[in-house]
Design a protein around this ligand. Sequence first.
Ligand code: 5GP
Ligand code: ZN
Length: 135
Amino acid sequence: MQDCIFCRIVAGQLPAARILETPKILAFLDIAPVHYGHTLVIPKAHHQNLLDLPDGLWEEIGHVCRRVAQAIQLNLKAQGFNIGMNNFAAAGQEVFHAHVHVIPRYSGDGLKLFPQGSYKPGDLEKTAAQLRQAL
Ligand code: 5GP
Ligand code: ZN
């Protein structure tokens, strides 16, 4: 897709700090990192989000994420990492070419990803039933 920045990175029309490439996947540094080494892992083909990805491709992305995470721990001395994926605008997706964030983490870095809440009485089982019905 010509107007997609990640497709343009794949095509070499925009610069990126590429760190790993397979026939179907590209991993490159996020331009605005949470920590140095924050990496985006993307399919080279344009798919908008997780739900659009063919199964096999999702597995390959996962495999590359794991390799990147190992490199982050080994050479950037990260003590942990987060894997994150924003899907659809409501979830914060800004670039509509599927991508997985691999984010280095350090003890005491103070990041808290999601504020959490609690269920009102009865709602936990009700919510589980709603989901089971669709699965
Ligand atoms: P999203 O919110 O869609 O999950 O995240 C998109 C990510 O892409 C952001 O973390 C942003 O910093 C990164 N990004 C946006 N434009 C570019 C770019 O041109 N080059 C690189 N390397 N990263 C980008
Ligand atoms: Zn694209």
